[in-house]
Design a protein around this ligand. Structure first.
Ligand SMILES: *Cc1c(COP(=O)(O)O)cnc(C)c1O
Length: 387
């Protein structure tokens, strides 16, 4: 049996919660979605939360509600899932990347500062910067925020890996350093709703815009209508929205999973501490964690010291897969995807990201792992990096 790099845990309480919805009157647009939104908003300390059918949809709505459109620019990190960049393209904006800090794999604030200086001279300052908390380790948001104030761009935190993480003593999602924060509830992430995502913000107007757009741009609020309602049946479409709604089944599952979020993050730290210790002295770097933050540890990504190894990155990866360890590589740099190469990006533009890609391997880490799963991973990694 292969040990996957990540997987969900579903308890009897989760199953009961979902079955309860199936027996109820509402499968969608009932009480569970607002209850789950309130629970997440309260957990992260945000004023408003908008549940949707994926983090990809949440990123799209966040960009639209911040006014991103044709002629605008969105910048993000090349070491992320494609959705962090695609949201800019959905809005007709131009996308560009800022190379990473090799220590964390997160967008590098010094490189961001240098790129902004040049962009100011060229008149190409972005409207939105998407900061990704890679592997659950918070990006340097204080630095990103300071640059946002200086250059006037808006900030979205792609916290798809980072619900349950803390940055400088506050939960990721508190909104102190950004306009909108986005979470993913895909089964490999920290907590799951099968598919699902959420956007949190402290700005009421931004939240209202996202709620309108997740449901076709339709309102039933007379105050938002262009004229007096024709009758009690009346609704108006006042924007071109989408159907990005989360179902009641998903929200009930998410609310049930949320009860275990802190325990999940703690369990991930336990596994990571074991790995850190077991891998000391091997020709690889274990993930760096900021002592002032608390990572959600969605991923545990090793960086091989390829210059000290006889086997190549690919050989180590293949040896681990052969040993039944479901390792992965996060991520193929987005600028090297054919869709982005077609837009003019090419190899060599973001060397730190390209080097990261050539060295990173994600090991299994998830709450339901057993001690013997951990032993198997440790033994396999130790063997795979030997000559
Ligand atoms: C998973 C992920 C997404 C997309 O999440 P979905 O809920 O699957 O749409 C976006 N950004 C990052 C960094 C992710 O890891």
């Amino acid at each position: 049996m292969t040990i996957p790099y990540g997987r969900q845990e579903v308890t009897e309480a989760d199953i009961d919660a979902v079955v309860g919805v199936l027996r109820s009157d509402y499968l969608t647009q009932g009480p569970w979605v607002p209850a789950f939104e309130r629970a997440v908003a309260q957990y992260v300390g945000a004023g408003h939360a908008v549940a949707v059918n994926s983090a990809t949809s949440a990123l799209h709505l966040a960009c639209l509600s911040l006014g991103l459109g044709p002629g605008d620019r969105l910048w993000t990190s090349p070491i992320t899932f494609v959705a962090s960049a695609n949201c800019g393209l959905y809005c007709g904006a131009e996308v560009d990347f800022v190379d990473i800090d090799p220590r964390t794999g997160n967008l590098c604030p010094e490189r961001l500062a240098a790129k902004l200086e040049q962009a100011e001279r060229d008149g190409t300052v972005p409207k939105v910067v998407v900061a990704v908390h890679l592997c659950g380790e918070p990006c340097d948001m204080r630095a990103v925020r300071a640059l946002g104030e200086r250059y006037g761009f808006r900030i979205i935190e792609d916290a798809s890996h980072a619900i349950g993480a803390r940055y400088r003593g506050e939960p990721v999602g508190s909104g102190r350093y950004s306009d909108v924060t986005v979470f993913s509830f895909h089964p490999v992430k920290i907590i799951t709703t099968a598919e699902g995502g959420m956007a949190v913000t402290n700005d009421a107007a931004t939240a209202e815009r996202m709620m309108l757009l997740r449901s076709h741009g339709i309102t039933r609020d007379p105050a938002q209508m262009t004229h007096v309602p024709d009758g009690p049946w009346y609704y108006q479409q006042i924007a071109l929205g989408f159907n990005y709604r989360m179902t009641e089944l998903q929200a009930a599952l998410g609310a049930s999973q949320l009860n275990r979020l802190d325990a999940y993050v703690e369990r991930r730290h336990e596994i990571a501490r074991r790995y850190d210790e077991a891998f000391t002295g091997l020709p690889l770097a274990t993930p760096w964690r900021d002592p002032d933050s608390r990572s959600a540890l969605h991923l545990y990504a090793l960086r091989l010291r390829v210059e000290m190894l006889r086997p190549t990155h690919r050989e180590v990866f293949e040896r681990l897969r052969e040993a039944g360890i479901g390792v992965n590589v996060h991520y193929i740099p987005v600028h090297l995807q054919p869709w982005y190469e077609r837009l003019g990006f090419r190899y060599g533009q973001f060397p730190e990201a390209e080097r990261y890609y050539a060295e990173a391997i994600s090991l299994p880490i998830y709450p339901a792992m057993t001690r013997s799963d951990e032993d198997r991973v440790i033994d396999a990694v130790t063997a795979a990096v030997q000559a």
